[in-house]
Design a protein around this ligand. Structure first.
Ligand SMILES: [Zn+2]
Length: 146
């Protein structure tokens, strides 16, 4: 799946050192640690979005700049996580756990990912959201699955 991601973003951005480094780190983590692969992919996808200029705002609503309240929504058309006031027509609510799993993963080094305590459900939800977001952003359908 990582190779697929690289193939897609690589055609838009050929000499991107960040992409290259992230890919190496992600592959190394997958190869050498006993880790849930989706967790690595969540981090990798978040970093790829960042490198491609689609960084997700995980700490504040990107529209109004306020901290997230009790509810948060993922907007498929925008690929953003917003507060309830700023959600779009196609937004779906995501749980705080899912949201937190993305935040924790993004802020954690690859080497330490395996020590994070995150529920499998939250990882899967985050993974599915990010994959869906990737497919929309880059107009691509994954062949491989995890
Ligand atoms: Zn807002």
């Amino acid at each position: 799946m990582i190779l697929e991601i690289l193939k897609v973003v690589g055609r838009e951005n050929e000499n991107n050192e960040i992409l290259f480094l992230e890919t190496l780190k992600a592959l190394k983590t997958l190869a050498y640690s006993n880790i849930q692969p989706k967790l690595v992919l969540v981090k990798y996808l978040l970093k790829i979005f960042e490198a491609m200029g689609y960084k997700l705002s995980l700490n504040k609503c990107p529209h109004c700049g306020l901290n997230f309240g009790t509810k948060r929504y993922f907007s498929l058309s925008e690929g953003t996580i917003t507060c309830s006031a700023c959600k779009t027509m196609d937004s779906k609510e995501i749980s705080q756990l899912t949201h937190n799993s993305m935040r924790l993963t993004l802020n954690c080094d690859y080497e330490k990912l395996s020590s994070l305590k995150i529920l499998d459900n939250a990882i899967s939800d985050a993974f599915n959201l990010l994959v869906e977001n990737f497919e929309r952003k880059f107009d691509y359908k994954f062949v491989s699955t995890l």
